[in-house]
Write a protein that binds this ligand. Structure first.
Ligand code: GLN
Length: 533
């Protein structure tokens, strides 16, 4: 039988619930258990795919093509376990299921209500993780306890734990213990109140994870235990990490959080083997080969969460070569007025991530030109590849005014154009080319050398793509089209054989990189940058 752990958050948002959940999952996995993870988000969008990065940060794409919350990226990076559509539900997706069923007469004349119909649908979503190959399912509830919109989710987990019993379900509450400077003190009151709200809806947390900037003393622990009805050893301290988020599992393990979880769930406490994780942390925290600086040129650069997986994958690329990757974040629009050479000077690599819309595109094109002309290692991803194609068309093939029809519908040279299947797509939600697709690499290409394979599978999220009418012009001018869809109809990767390291891909390799298994493109890119340095 699959056991369940429910993770809620208190006091404020952005507490790092996702990281806590992912860290716990890793520890349980390293004790020999098969773990699955899931996030339930209380907003009304059916998925985050239609939200601006300013609202929501990055949209994470699963192999099976779901556009999901970025916490799923943490889940996959920590556990190495692929998430699926069943790993992310929202209020919008739950309600649309229920409403569709109601329209089909599926409720047999009943009044359809939040309780039991919405809560039943939420419980079914949680139990969709159950199976003979899953020992423990971890479900994170988005938002903060006390929000009106998270109530149905909390009621659903309350009911579910009642149904499966205390030995099979566990409540973990992640909360904030703020440090008040003027009083020179950590304060437990907000956490007590947050647990108070949970209690009024019938949930008593089994474990309290306290996010704090300073270490908590025994007195705080006792106080929280006393007022929140938790045993003192189940008040876990989660201080801000010193170097990296990948240290969180180590900090939780030092307090035996995983041991208590297993004991509570009546599961055997096998040994914990963190040897590979510890080795990875050494390469990350004390790299043997110094530092490289890489420019990331994007449109949402001031927002750390907008390119979350890109930054993580660069870090993983550094781990692979035991080198620290320092990122110079460059707002692409700023390259349009200023001189790219000035802003990019001294970097050992240039990366252009994915994106949508016209703003900043010309700055990205300028950054490609800089990297191409100077021999600076270049990695273009999705929109980054499209910008590389636009730059090459204009400045090497002599196709003046070349562009993507996304930015200029009347361009004389639409080197990037809407995919055929997209011309028929209706609406915006979930209609892009999404998820993992196979790709065949050209023998002898840099791409094939980097991947050490000729057949790969990568995740996509796009509407536009390389226009096949320009294949010949590109190849004649020296751009190799080295990754194609198996039927040969879509250009997925391009590279410049005359350049030390210039690769661009239509897919998003960053979604498949983990600290224990850095993605070959990122490892290769960082290695090339190191050689350049
Ligand atoms: N806007 C481009 C497209 O839709 C690129 C998308 C992306 O970078 N994810 O094809």
């Amino acid at each position: 039988m699959t056991k369940h752990i429910f993770i809620t958050g208190g006091v404020v948002s952005s507490l790092g619930k996702g990281l806590t959940a992912a860290s716990l999952a890793l520890l349980l996995q390293k004790r020999g258990y098969r773990v699955r993870m899931q996030k339930l988000d209380p907003y009304l969008n059916v998925d985050p795919g239609t939200m601006s990065p300013y609202q929501h940060g990055e949209v994470y794409v699963t192999a099976d093509g779901a556009e999901t919350d970025l916490d799923l990226g943490h889940y996959e990076r920590f556990t190495g376990q692929a998430c699926t559509r069943a790993s992310n539900y929202t209020t919008g997706s739950i309600y649309s299921q229920v409403i569709q069923r109601e329209r089909k007469g599926g409720y047999l004349g009943k009044t359809v209500q939040v309780i039991p119909h919405i809560t039943d649908e939420i419980k079914a979503a949680i139990r969709s993780l159950d199976g003979p190959d899953v020992d423990i399912a971890i479900t994170e509830i988005g938002g903060t306890v006390g929000d009106i919109e998270s109530l149905p989710f909390l009621e659903a987990i309350r009911q579910l734990r009642q149904e499966i019993g205390r030995d099979n379900g566990l409540f973990v509450h992640v909360t904030l213990v703020p440090f008040i400077k003027a009083a020179d003190e950590l304060k437990t009151k907000p956490s007590q109140q947050s647990v108070g709200i949970l209690r009024t809806i019938g949930i008593v947390p089994d474990i309290l994870v306290c996010r704090c900037e300073r270490p908590m003393g025994d007195d705080h622990r006792r106080k929280l235990a006393m007022f929140c009805n938790v045993e003192p050893e189940l008040v876990i301290e989660e201080q801000d990490v010193k170097h990296s988020i990948y240290e969180v599992p180590r900090d939780l393990a030092a307090q035996d959080m995983d041991v208590y979880v297993l004991e509570r769930l009546r599961l055997h406490v096998n040994c914990l083997d963190m040897a590979d994780w510890e080795a990875m942390l050494r390469d990350l925290i004390e790299p043997a080969n110094g530092e490289v600086e890489i420019a990331v040129v994007g449109k949402y650069i001031e927002l750390r969460d907008a390119y979350k997986s890109i930054y993580e994958a660069l870090t993983h690329g550094g781990i692979a070569g035991s080198v620290r990757v320092k990122v110079r974040r460059i707002e692409s629009e700023a390259l349009e007025s200023g001189s790219p050479a000035e802003q990019l000077s001294g970097v050992s690599g240039v990366l252009i991530p994915g994106g949508f819309g016209l703003r900043g595109v010309e700055g990205k094109v300028a950054a490609v030109r800089y990297a191409r002309e100077r021999g600076t290692p270049f990695l273009g991803i999705c929109l980054g590849m499209q910008c590389a194609a636009i730059e090459f068309a204009r400045n090497v093939c002599g196709l003046d005014g070349a562009n993507s029809t996304e930015f200029d519908e009347r361009t004389p040279h639409p080197v990037i154009a809407l995919m055929e299947e997209q011309k028929r797509a209706a609406g915006m939600g979930g209609t892009m080319r999404l998820g993992a697709k196979p790709c065949v690499l050209a023998e002898g290409s840099l791409a094939a050398r980097v991947y050490r394979a000729l057949e790969i599978s990568e995740r996509h999220r796009h509407r536009y793509e390389f226009n096949n009418a320009y294949r010949q012009a590109f190849e004649q001018a020296g751009m190799a089209l080295t990754g194609l869809s198996p039927d040969g109809s879509l250009v997925e990767m391009i590279e410049l054989p005359s350049h030390p390291w210039f690769i661009a891909c239509q897919f998003h390799p960053e979604f498949q990189s983990t600290p224990l298994s850095p993605h070959p493109l990122f490892a290769g890119f960082v290695q090339a940058a190191r050689a350049r340095r």
